[in-house]
Every structure is written in structure tokens, then in C-alpha cells.
Unconditional design. Structure first.
Length: 206
């Protein structure tokens, strides 16, 4: 049985992030009192570079359908299709209620759980639900969207991506858990998954 070959593209120079960001390098300081704070500020940016490297490695993977190196687990899901019932959306920030649907609220709760799991991994992430709240946004949006925000340094601006799609948050979660975990969770061609990762995290291997 043929084994899966994994070709890793050679890396050279700086690893680029979309939006003009570059991987931060530790800054030397002559004052010992500031050294720990400086290191703390750069750790996350170094980690963002490692995520770009991980994405590069994944895009270089060649799949052999006869290989059993990765045992793919099928994640079958069953759904009961039902008409959504009207239910007010209660803002987790200000407590105001806005007319919504039970379906929308259920989807938001599931995505909240995933974002909390990403946060538990140590990433600085925020789920902005303000478009669903007429009080916070100052109006009622016909098609409100969740805004996922992430940054890799406390001094950096948040990268923002709009998405109400649960699978996009799950893709990010699995990617952040590690390369091997990601390959086992998602079989087959990964082109669409890579585009989701680039959109949601603001990183690129191009």
C-alpha cells in the first residue's frame, strides 16, 4: 500500500500576513523591568507566523487515496428540518431584546461555544453580535451578521471577518488545534478550507 507523500515548500525570508502585517521579532531592551513585557507582546505575533507556516505545510500535502497513514473519521450529522419560530434575540452585552428567530438564536449559541473554545486555546478572539441587537447597532438589520475578530498581539488591531456559518468557525477551530488534527478531521481536497482560514484569520501563504 502506498504511503501519503508530504512535500513541504521551502521557506525563505519573512513570513507575510495579509493586511501588511509582518511577523514580529523579539526586541532587545536594556531595562530588565521591561524585558518580560516586551517578550509577552511578541509571543503572540511569533505564533501567528507559526500559523502561516502550518497553512503552507497543509497546502503542500499530497493525498494518496490508498494510504492509511491518516485514518479519516466520518463526521456524519443528522438534522431535523423544522420551520423556525419567532423568538426575541437577547443581547449578551446590553440585555436588550430584538425580534429574531429561534433558528438564528440557536446558531449563534453554537458559534459562541466554538469561539469560547478558540479563546480557551489562548487566542485573543471576540464574537461581535452587535448587528443582531437594534439597541447596540442603532437599527434593525434585515440580514445581520456575526463579526469574528482575532489579533495576535495586544498592540495590534483586530482582524475582522463576517460570518454566520457554523462550519467556518469549526474550520478555524480545527486548524488552530494542529495540523495532524486538521488533516484527520477534514478528508479530501482542502482548497475551500484554506480560503476560509485565510478569510477568518487574515493570514495567507501566498
Amino acid at each position: 500500500m502506498r504511503r501519503k507523500t508530504n512535500k513541504i515548500a521551502a521557506l525563505s525570508g519573512l513570513v507575510a500576513l495579509t493586511g501588511g502585517c509582518e511577523s514580529a521579532k523579539p526586541v532587545a531592551s536594556s531595562e530588565s523591568s521591561n524585558s518580560q513585557e516586551t517578550l509577552k507582546n511578541t509571543i503572540s505575533m511569533v505564533d501567528s507566523a507559526s500559523l502561516v507556516q502550518r497553512l503552507k505545510e497543509l497546502t503542500a500535502v499530497e493525498f494518496d487515496t490508498n494510504s492509511d497513514e491518516y485514518k479519516i473519521v466520518s463526521h456524519a450529522m443528522c438534522y431535523i428540518v423544522a420551520s423556525p419560530q419567532e423568538q426575541d434575540y437577547e443581547c449578551s452585552k446590553c440585555g436588550a431584546k430584538t425580534p429574531s428567530t429561534a433558528y438564528s438564536n440557536g446558531n449563534i449559541r453554537s458559534i459562541r461555544t466554538l469561539v469560547n473554545q478558540i479563546k480557551a486555546l489562548g487566542y485573543d478572539v471576540v464574537l461581535d453580535e452587535s448587528m443582531f441587537c437594534s439597541a447596540c447597532s442603532g437599527m434593525k438589520h434585515e440580514r445581520p451578521e456575526l463579526i469574528f475578530k482575532i489579533r495576535f498581539s495586544k498592540n495590534a488591531e483586530y482582524h475582522s471577518a463576517k460570518s454566520n456559518v457554523y462550519d467556518e468557525y469549526e474550520t478555524v477551530h480545527q486548524f488552530l488545534l494542529g495540523k495532524d488534527n486538521f488533516l484527520k478531521y477534514y478528508p479530501g481536497r482542502l482548497d475551500k478550507k484554506f480560503r476560509i482560514i485565510e478569510k477568518m484569520l487574515g493570514i495567507s501563504c501566498n
